[in-house]
Design a protein around this ligand. Structure first.
Ligand SMILES: [Zn+2]
Length: 173
């Protein structure tokens, strides 16, 4: 899976660089065929994060799904459920797993799977992009806990991954 362009686009959004029409079209039309197996396969072997951190195990899937949703919401210009089979599936699955994390495993809101995966989904809360979840409220609380470097949220997480995660900023859609 070639994610060079994917990473390039997520960095553009992170840095507040507007997407071009061609980039929006790529996200709407081409990216879904690259990501088509993401909802069903359980192991993407590795993902090199734009900050250069090599992720293996569960995190690659968390990052690819979270970042794909950020790209899609920006490209489609909505925080509502996207009328596209892949992006709709991704959002529904992710929302279910996020809710299960706090309901079934009694974890604090905003914590997802593990510390590294929590960094993957945080921007979705921060940018308020999950239509069934009050992301802003969750992000405000979690941001303080990450800034305070609470071990539960940050122990062992590379500093540049934390910095990148916290520095997405809401720019509207
Ligand atoms: Zn995880």
């Amino acid at each position: 899976m070639d994610l060079y362009k994917f990473n390039d686009l997520i960095v553009k959004i992170h840095n507040h660089t507007p997407l071009t029409q061609a980039e929006k079209a790529y996200i709407k039309e081409d990216l879904p065929s690259i990501l088509v197996d993401i909802p069903t396969i359980h192991t993407v072997r590795e993902y090199i994060h734009p900050v250069g951190v090599r992720l293996t195990g569960a995190p690659p899937r968390s990052y690819i799904t979270s970042y794909a949703l950020i790209l899609a919401k920006k490209a489609f210009g909505t925080r509502e459920l996207i009328d596209h089979p892949l992006y709709e599936t991704i959002e529904k699955d992710l929302t279910l797993h996020i809710m299960r994390g706090s309901y079934e495993y009694d974890r604090p809101k905003g914590y997802y799977c593990c510390k590294i995966c929590t960094m993957a989904v945080f921007p979705l809360f921060d940018l308020n992009l999950l239509h069934l979840i009050s992301g802003k409220q969750i992000a405000e609380v979690v941001r303080q806990r990450i800034i305070a470097r609470e071990p539960f949220f940050t122990q062992g997480v590379p500093a540049k991954l934390i910095d990148f995660t916290l520095s997405f900023q809401d720019q509207g859609l």
